[in-house]
Design a protein around this ligand. Structure first.
Ligand SMILES: C[S@@+](CC[C@H](N)C(=O)[O-])C[C@H]1O[C@@H](n2cnc3c(N)ncnc32)[C@H](O)[C@@H]1O
Length: 171
């Protein structure tokens, strides 16, 4: 399943200082928390691969998945030797057909991606099923405080979905 609603952001994404800063902070918090050297990694909602390219030098291999063709084209143009891209959103059908996903992952990262997924709880369930024993799913997203229609998650949403610890990054 593909979704091109992010295509129009692709061209300017890697020169947007806010976006660069977000991925740098995500990367820093990850390296302070986990040793991912040699790991098999899934970058869910990878976009243009700002996080993928930071992880690539030490990762064993990375599968980078995103439903936006143009965001992925920017990542493909970076020609990272240990990165394969999948142009799709994540569905049970995709997993059943895709060997690379079925092989499992030591680390799954989702940087500012899950807030844009229509069926987050179901998607987190699918992602959890792709983790190898002892693997980690690490999410960074927008904190929703108060009511309203803002994109993101409340602290309660996160706790209910993951049951894991929060690793806050300031904006
Ligand atoms: C805010 S961007 C973040 C991109 C990248 N992770 C980064 O940090 O630069 C959100 C990304 O989520 C992707 N996305 C939207 N819906 C998705 C879905 N259902 N499954 C996976 N990715 C999705 C978009 O195509 C877009 O690339």
């Amino acid at each position: 399943m593909t979704d091109n609603s992010w295509d129009s952001y692709a061209e300017g994404w890697d020169s947007n200082s806010d976006v660069i800063s977000y991925s740098e902070r995500a990367f820093r918090s990850l390296t302070e928390t986990l040793d991912y050297k040699g790991a098999r990694i899934l970058d869910f909602g990878c976009g243009t691969g700002l996080l993928t390219e930071r992880l690539s030098p030490l990762a064993g291999s990375i599968v980078a998945l995103d439903p936006s063709r143009k965001m992925l084209a920017v990542l493909d143009a970076k020609q990272l030797g240990n990165v394969d891209t999948i142009h799709s959103s994540l569905t049970r059908e995709l997993i059943d057909q895709n060997r690379q996903l079925q092989e499992g992952f030591d680390l799954i990262v989702a940087s500012s991606a899950l807030a844009f997924v229509p069926n987050c709880r179901e998607t987190v369930g699918l992602l959890a099923g792709l983790l190898n024993r002892g693997g980690h799913l690490v999410q960074w997203d927008w904190l929703k405080e108060g009511g309203g229609e803002d994109t993101g998650f409340t602290r309660e949403d996160i706790a209910a979905t993951s049951g894991t610890r929060a690793c806050p990054t300031s904006r």
